[in-house]
Design a protein. Structure first.
Length: 81
């Protein structure tokens, strides 16, 4: 079994109010490590065996049509074992 991971993030030019809220809260809680925060989504898709190129292409298609909004979001697809 393998896991195909789709990470979806807002494009850099799109405002991220949730990320800004987290970035503002971190110092109030005593965390000083971050200069900026962007929030995204992660989808984990389990497949039997090693994913084929055809399966990865289908996942990319699904990511473009269903899992992300290509007008305001970018996505990456990778395999985790």
């Amino acid at each position: 079994m393998a896991t195909i991971v789709v990470d979806v993030m807002l494009k850099p030019e799109i405002l991220d109010p949730q990320g800004k809220a987290v970035a503002a809260a971190l110092p109030r809680l005593g965390f000083a490590f971050a200069t900026d925060v962007r929030q995204g989504k992660r989808f984990e898709i389990t497949v039997e065996g090693d994913p084929t190129e055809a399966q990865l292409a289908e996942v990319r298609d699904a990511a473009e049509k269903l899992l992300s909004n290509p007008v305001i979001e970018n996505f990456t697809v990778r395999v985790e074992k």
